[in-house]
Design a protein. Structure first.
Length: 413
C-alpha cells in the first residue's frame, strides 16, 4: 500500500509536470500555426499585415521587441522553430502585473525572412477562460489520484483477503487437529504451499501419536512387569521377618528389604513422570516438619557404618502445608538420600524454614577450600523433573567444604 501511494504521488507529479509542459507545447504549436498561415497568406498577398491580436504580436527584427524582453536574452538565445520562454518575475524584486511572461517563437518564411511571434501573459491574464480551464484540468489530477488509490486499495484488500483466508483456515484447522480427528482427510486450502504445510503437519502429528501410543503401551506393560517382581520380593521379605533367623540372616534380610523399597519408590517415580498428566496427584494437608522427620528416620539406614551425623532444624513458621503427598515424598526423600549417599564422613543438616527445605552435607574428608562436583545422579534429576511438573523450585550449590546445598521451595497451594 505504501509503494502504491508513493507511485501515485510520483505519477501525479509527473502528470502535473507534463500538463505544464503541454501548455507550452500548445503555445508553441499555436504560434507555429499562426506563422505558417501568415506565410501562406503572404505568398498570395505580399502586403498582408503581420498577425497581431489578443496577446500575440509579430515583429520582423530583434530590436523591435519590448525592451524588458531584450534585457534578458540575446538573438543567440533563440532558434527558428523553437519556443523561447522568459518569466521576468525571476528578475524582479517583487511580483507585479508589470512582470510578464514572454513566449518568443522565431519562424523563417519561405522567402528567407524571419519573423518573431511574441505571446505575452500578465498577472491579470490568470482570470482568463484559458487559464481557468487549464487550472481546472490540473486540479482534476488530484481526485483522479485519490480515485486510483481507492480502487487499488480495494483490489489490494480483495487480494489480501483472498490470500489470508486460506492461511486463517489452515491456522484454525491446525488448532483443532488432535489425535481424535487424525483419521479425517486433510482439507484443501487452495494453495499448493499451504496444502504441503498441512500435509507435513498432519504426518508429523501422526508420527507423534504413534510414538505416544507406543510409550503408553510400554508404560502399561512396564507398570505390570516391574511391579510384579518387586511385590514378590516384598512378600518374601515379610515371610522372612516371621521366620527365625540368625544375626547374619537378619542383616541380609534388612538389606534386601531396603533395596526392594528403594526399587519400588524408583519405579513409582519413573512411571509417574512418564504419564502425560502432571504428577500433582491428590492434594492434602501435610504436617511438613513431621513429614520431613519421618523421611529422615526412614533413610537413617544409609548412615549405618559411617561416621555421619544428621541434624534437623525447623522454625516456628513451619507447619501444615497443602500438597501432593506422593510427589513431596519423592522430592524430600531423594534430597535426603542424595546427601546421605554422598557423605562418607561428616554431617548432614536439614533445615526447614516455612515452605523452604535446605539439605546440606559438609564433608570432613576434604580439608581447606575444596570444591568438588558431586554430580546430580538420578535422584536429583528426578527431583528437578518433578519440580518442573509441579511448579516447585530446587537449586543446588557446591560448598567450599566439598559438599552440596540443595534448596527446595514449595510453591503456595
Amino acid at each position: 500500500m505504501l509503494a502504491l501511494v508513493i507511485t501515485l504521488v510520483i505519477y501525479t507529479g509527473i502528470v502535473n509536470f507534463y500538463m505544464l509542459y503541454g501548455k507550452w507545447m500548445i503555445a508553441a504549436f499555436q504560434l507555429e500555426v499562426i506563422a505558417e498561415q501568415y506565410d501562406e497568406l503572404r505568398s498570395a498577398n505580399p502586403n498582408a499585415p503581420l498577425p497581431n491580436g489578443f496577446n500575440i504580436q509579430t515583429f520582423t527584427s530583434y530590436n523591435a521587441l519590448p525592451e524588458l524582453l531584450r534585457e534578458h536574452f540575446t538573438p543567440d538565445d533563440i532558434e527558428p522553430g523553437e519556443l523561447f520562454y522568459l518569466n521576468t518575475d525571476k528578475y524582479a524584486d517583487r511580483k507585479a502585473p508589470e512582470n510578464p511572461i514572454f513566449l518568443v517563437f522565431p519562424h523563417t518564411l519561405k522567402d528567407g525572412k524571419q519573423i518573431l511571434l511574441l505571446q505575452t501573459y500578465h498577472a491579470r491574464d490568470e482570470d482568463s477562460i484559458y487559464f481557468k480551464r487549464l487550472r481546472k484540468l490540473a486540479f482534476l489530477t488530484i481526485p483522479f489520484a485519490i480515485g486510483v488509490v481507492v480502487i487499488f486499495a480495494y483490489f489490494l484488500w480483495l487480494i489480501g483477503k483472498r490470500l489470508t483466508q486460506p492461511s486463517e483456515k489452515l491456522q484454525g484447522w491446525a488448532k483443532t487437529l488432535s489425535t481424535k480427528n487424525l483419521h479425517e482427510p486433510v482439507p484443501d486450502f487452495g494453495f499448493t504451499e499451504l496444502n504441503d504445510v498441512a500435509s507435513e503437519l498432519h504426518q508429523s502429528l501422526v508420527r507423534v501419536d504413534k510414538f505416544v501410543t507406543r510409550e503408553h503401551e510400554f508404560l502399561r506393560q512396564a507398570s505390570h512387569e516391574l511391579r510384579t517382581p518387586v511385590t514378590i520380593v516384598s512378600g518374601n521379605v515379610e515371610l522372612l521377618d516371621k521366620t527365625p533367623l540368625n544375626e547374619i540372616q537378619v542383616r541380609l534380610a534388612a538389606r534386601i528389604k531396603r533395596a526392594n523399597r528403594n526399587m519400588q519408590q524408583l519405579i513409582e517415580t519413573l512411571l509417574w513422570l512418564g504419564r502425560e498428566a502432571a504428577p500433582n496427584g491428590h492434594h492434602e494437608k501435610i504436617d511438613y516438619p513431621s513429614f520431613v522427620r519421618e523421611a529422615i528416620v526412614d533413610l537413617a539406614y544409609l548412615t549405618d557404618g559411617k561416621n555421619l551425623s544428621c541434624e534437623f532444624n525447623t522454625d516456628d513458621d513451619s507447619g501444615e502445608i497443602t500438597a501432593s503427598s506422593a510427589a513431596l515424598m519423592i522430592v524430600v526423600s531423594n534430597l535426603i538420600r542424595n546427601a546421605f549417599e554422598h557423605t562418607p564422613k561428616g554431617q548432614v543438616t536439614v533445615t526447614l524454614k516455612a515452605n523452604k527445605l535446605i539439605v546440606e552435607n559438609n564433608l570432613m574428608t576434604c580439608a581447606g577450600d575444596c570444591i568438588r562436583d558431586q554430580g546430580e545422579g538420578i535422584g536429583l534429576h528426578l527431583v528437578r523433573r518433578i519440580c518442573n511438573r509441579c511448579n516447585w523450585t530446587c537449586e543446588t550449590t557446591i560448598l567450599s567444604s566439598g559438599g552440596m546445598r540443595a534448596t527446595f521451595t514449595l510453591s503456595a497451594a
